[in-house]
Ligand binder design. Structure first.
Ligand SMILES: NC(=O)c1ccc[n+]([C@@H]2O[C@H](COP(=O)([O-])OP(=O)(O)OC[C@H]3O[C@@H](n4cnc5c(N)ncnc54)[C@H](OP(=O)(O)O)[C@@H]3O)[C@@H](O)[C@H]2O)c1
Length: 469
């Protein structure tokens, strides 16, 4: 079968878009289908480049190597080939090289070869995890888990997975009716899969765009005598990247940062005393777009909190860095806030005897166009993008993969044993199914700005002022 040049370039453009978007739709105002020049160039440079599982593993390793080898090197990080005496890993690259190679260039080569060599499409794809062995080891003791944004996307999927294992789940959603709907959806999913019993599911209202709603939610949980093994700050929204009008939360905060960061920040302040000391965990759903060196984070406006002068002006801030409103950047900034928050929270927990032993970890589920996160984007583009990224090029993940990431973050013993980490997987890891967790999905380094402890501290102070704690 011969592909015409126009088909080839159309598929190539979609490929590039999918590859470069990383955590979300391309940051091109209006969602045009033309990839940026640099994207075309980077695709061209990799045509015909050799792809092998070991090269993907080498990428994974070098991202990890660059981080904290003592912390990150111990588990799930060596390729099966290496375990079995395979070829030695190539020399360590810089973090930027590794990110670009792992998430865009390498996968772009896969995409390009799919376009140029149709025989590869649907061909064998060797799994990286050998023999179905996975790096995960889940807690079996019954857990009491709270998940925000549990009525949709990966929150709903994780709630279903946890309930299927017999854990009790508190579904914290924007409204009580959404939370009840989520509980019904989990019950019917369990019934459909032949489950004989359904653990307790507790629907609660928690609108993160209203501090009063968050407060009422936690007061209700406290008066019910709740204590938690895990709380998951998962809810999030992304406005249309071309939006120009600033929307605001009930307290007047810019909606994206106000919901994704400040709503969870306030929730954490109130709920942390209910998290079990010594064994409990806090999980933060972040995104690789927090990192301007990642393929998705490099597109369009990049995340930076600058000197936080916007946040310092008070509740009516438009952007954290004090710049003019930019919806694309606001989402990326909110995800950078999530990572800085997680790291600072771990530091504060470790320094306080009353909370010591609680592990805080953040993660990115990868690009999942099939959740509700893209609901504000152009629906035609979103469908096309979903098809290209997930079905055609297989660089996107499924909602179920994302739910599995959250389940892993809650239940895996190694995650629970050590906080302050950020988990990531190379694009297209859904294809490894459950074997991805603890293998492809493993600790990785965060962006340079996210490693700035002084900035994390300042963000914490300003956030505290804004939510009046
Ligand atoms: N999908 C991706 O490609 C991707 C990539 C990286 C990171 N993430 C992160 O993954 C998380 C989950 O997103 P998703 O992809 O599963 O999208 P989703 O299906 O849209 O789920 C987002 C959830 O957040 C909830 N939410 C939004 N605003 C809220 C508010 N004010 N109060 C309470 N809940 C609110 C939504 O509730 P409603 O239904 O009521 O709006 C929904 O339940 C987000 O933090 C997102 O940033 C996603």
């Amino acid at each position: 079968m011969t592909k015409t040049p126009s088909l080839r370039s159309a598929v190539g453009a979609l490929a590039t878009l999918a590859l470069l978007s990383g955590g979300r739709a391309p940051a091109v105002t209006g969602f045009t289908l033309s990839p940026p020049k640099s994207a075309r160039a980077s695709t061209a440079t990799v045509l015909g480049g050799p792809i092998s599982p070991s090269s993907l593993w080498a990428t994974r390793r070098s991202v990890v190597d660059d981080a904290d080898d003592e912390e990150l090197g111990a588990r799930g990080a060596s390729p099966p080939e290496a375990q079995g005496g395979g070829p030695p890993p190539p020399p360590t690259r810089t973090r930027r090289e590794a990110l670009l190679s792992g998430s865009a260039v390498t996968v772009a080569a896969v995409a390009s070869s799919m376009v140029l060599s149709p025989g590869l499409v649907g061909g064998p794809r060797p799994a990286l995890a050998a023999g179905g062995t996975t790096g995960k080891e889940y807690l079996v003791e019954r857990q009491n888990v709270l998940i925000t944004g549990a009525n949709s996307g990966l929150g709903l999927d994780a709630a279903t997975r946890l309930a299927a294992r017999g854990h009790r789940v508190v579904l914290a959603c924007r409204s009580l009716s959404k939370a009840r709907g989520a509980a019904d959806a989990v019950r019917s999913a369990l019934r459909d899969s032949g489950g004989s019993s359904v653990p307790e599911l507790v629907p609660v209202e928690c609108d993160l765009a209203s501090l009063a709603s968050v407060r009422a939610c936690v007061e209700g949980l406290k008066s019910g005598g709740e204590t938690f093994d895990a709380v998951c700050y998962n809810a999030g929204l992304a406005r249309n990247t071309g939006a120009t009008e600033v929307k605001r939360t009930e307290e007047g905060f810019e909606l994206t940062v106000g919901t994704n960061h400040l709503g969870h920040f306030y929730l954490n302040h109130l709920i942390l005393p209910l998290v079990r000391r010594g064994t409990g965990t806090v999980v933060v759903t972040a995104s690789s777009v927090h990192d301007p060196d990642s393929p998705g984070g490099a597109q369009g406006s990049t995340a930076t909190l600058g000197d936080l002068s916007g946040l310092a002006t008070g509740p009516t801030f438009d952007m954290v860095d004090g710049g003019a409103f930019n919806a694309d950047k606001a989402y990326k900034d909110s995800k950078l806030c999530n990572v800085l928050f997680a790291r600072e929270l771990q530091r504060r927990i470790d320094a306080d005897e009353s909370t010591a032993g609680i592990a805080v970890n953040a993660f990115t589920p990868g690009l999942i166009v099939g959740t509700g996160l893209f609901r504000d984007q152009n629906p035609v583009f979103t469908k096309l993008f979903d098809f290209a990224a997930t079905s055609l090029l297989k660089v996107g993940e499924t909602p179920s993969f994302g739910g599995g990431c959250l389940e892993y973050m809650v239940l895996d013993k190694s995650v629970r044993a050590k906080g302050g980490r950020y988990y990531f997987s190379s694009p297209g890891s859904s294809k490894y199914g459950e074997a991805a967790y603890g293998n492809q999905f493993a600790p990785a380094e965060v962006s340079k700005e996210a490693r700035d402890d002084a900035k994390a501290g300042r963000l914490w102070e300003l956030s505290s002022k804004l939510v009046k704690i």
